[in-house]
Design a protein around this ligand. Structure first.
Ligand SMILES: N[C@@H](Cc1c[nH]c[nH+]1)C(=O)O
Length: 407
């Protein structure tokens, strides 16, 4: 205990501090790639979400009704409002845009989680369709994960169009499609085989679908294997596109962190091309998700290619804790300044001067037994009690003592 420091940091304070430091780190890194921060409203028009295709699942949205009876929704996603903002804002409309955000999204939980509210920190790159843009955001994801201190992590890259292309030819019922997606996602090869047999598909489609969960691993090997199940030009185009992105990622020197996973399925409908998720060791769910969504802009009136990703900040924090990567910078605890009633004015003045100099100061009336250490304004003297006791007259003298003591 120095200068009346009360060991204050309780769990809530610590957790918030760690979260803030993480967010600060992400924001600074996003900025160094030229992304600029914007914000969108928390309450949004339900009809807007309802009127567009490729939207958030309606059951997941959290609705509220305003005084006029209008149905609003708590921001269920970042990418949709960011796209609308970019399309409709005349100032930023037109050219390439790099934007980022840190805000909460609200969804009715599905799966194990019970939280309706989660913090996302995401980037969106609008107006660029090139593989270089895809690689840029993926490289940024790698850069941030490395910087946080993870060594063992992977960005899994897949393609939203690849699976779609195959199932289009298979013509499945929604239930079968759902089940197939689950089997692919869990790589459940044992159940996959009888399931596919039952569907009675042309054999080349059946084989291709069966192969999807196995198209997983180092980019070069997967790209090679995938060649054998290419059914048409569109699939060839998808493969060429993935290869082009991988080549840029090679130049970013991040291939060690990349896995190709053609069975990857993201839970948002708006993805059209490359999709990806970030996984760190021993954490079962992805800490970041993203992909290209070139058709969303059209829904708001402008054809505009786009790619981005978002960290689930709370999941990322859990991973940081598990991997013991918290590095909370210990700021000096606040100084405590005690006074007897008669000296209150003097003490408050001194506190003010210290605060002007960015010290954190708590003031308290002195009661018997309260002050073992701290800055005391007593009847007959002012004294700084630390490991030693030192008296002082003026605020300047006090500041000198505090600086010397490294309080
Ligand atoms: N909005 C997506 C993540 C994302 C950002 N940009 C593109 N995708 C999600 O919540 O999963």
């Amino acid at each position: 205990m120095r200068n009346g420091i009360e060991k204050s940091s309780n769990r809530a304070v610590m957790n918030y501090k760690i979260k803030n430091q993480l967010i600060h780190k992400l924001k600074s890194r996003f900025s160094t790639y030229g992304y600029e921060q914007v914000h969108t409203p928390t309450f949004e028009d339900y009809d807007m979400y309802n009127s567009i295709q490729q939207t958030v699942n309606k059951d997941e949205m959290i609705k509220v009704i305003d005084r006029s009876g209008k149905v609003l929704v708590l921001r269920p996603d970042g990418t949709i409002p960011m796209t609308r903002l970019t399309v409709t804002d005349r100032e930023i409309n037109g050219s390439e845009q790099r934007l980022f955000y840190v805000f909460n999204v609200y969804r009715h939980p599905n799966g194990e989680s019970t939280e309706k509210e989660s913090t996302q920190a995401g980037v969106e790159l609008f107006g660029n369709k090139k593989p270089e843009a895809d690689a840029e955001v993926i490289a940024l994801a790698v850069h941030t994960l490395k910087e946080i201190g993870f060594n063992n992590f992977k960005i899994e890259i897949g393609h939203a169009g690849f699976f779609k292309e195959l199932i289009e030819q298979a013509n499945l019922s929604p239930q079968d499609l759902q089940q197939l997606q689950e089997l692919i996602q869990s790589k459940n090869m044992v159940e996959m085989e009888p399931f596919l047999t039952k569907l009675d598909l042309p054999s080349e489609i059946q084989e291709a679908l069966y192969a999807i969960p196995l198209l997983y691993g180092s980019p070069s090997a997967v790209l090679e294997e995938t060649k054998s199940i290419i059914q048409n030009e569109r699939m060839q185009h998808i493969l060429d596109n993935l290869l082009a992105v991988i080549e840029v990622l090679e130049d970013y020197d991040v291939l060690d962190f990349i896995t190709l996973n053609l069975g990857l399925i993201n839970n948002m409908d708006y993805y059209t091309d490359v999709i990806f998720q970030g996984f760190v060791e021993n954490i079962g769910k992805p800490v970041l998700m993203g992909g290209r969504y070139d058709q969303l802009g059209k829904q708001f009136g402008k054809d505009m290619p786009a790619i981005g990703f978002a960290y689930e900040v709370d999941d990322l924090l859990e991973a940081i804790n598990q991997h013991k990567l918290t590095d909370v910078r210990n700021e000096p605890a606040p100084l405590t300044l005690y006074y007897v009633a008669k000296q209150r004015r003097k003490a408050l003045e001194a506190a003010q001067s210290l605060r002007e100099q960015e010290y954190r100061v708590i003031t308290k009336q002195l009661e018997i037994g309260t002050a073992e250490a701290g800055i005391l304004f007593l009847e007959d003297k002012n004294v700084l009690i630390d490991e030693t006791e030192q008296t002082f007259e003026t605020t300047e003298e006090l500041i000198r003592l505090v600086e010397k003591g490294g309080a």
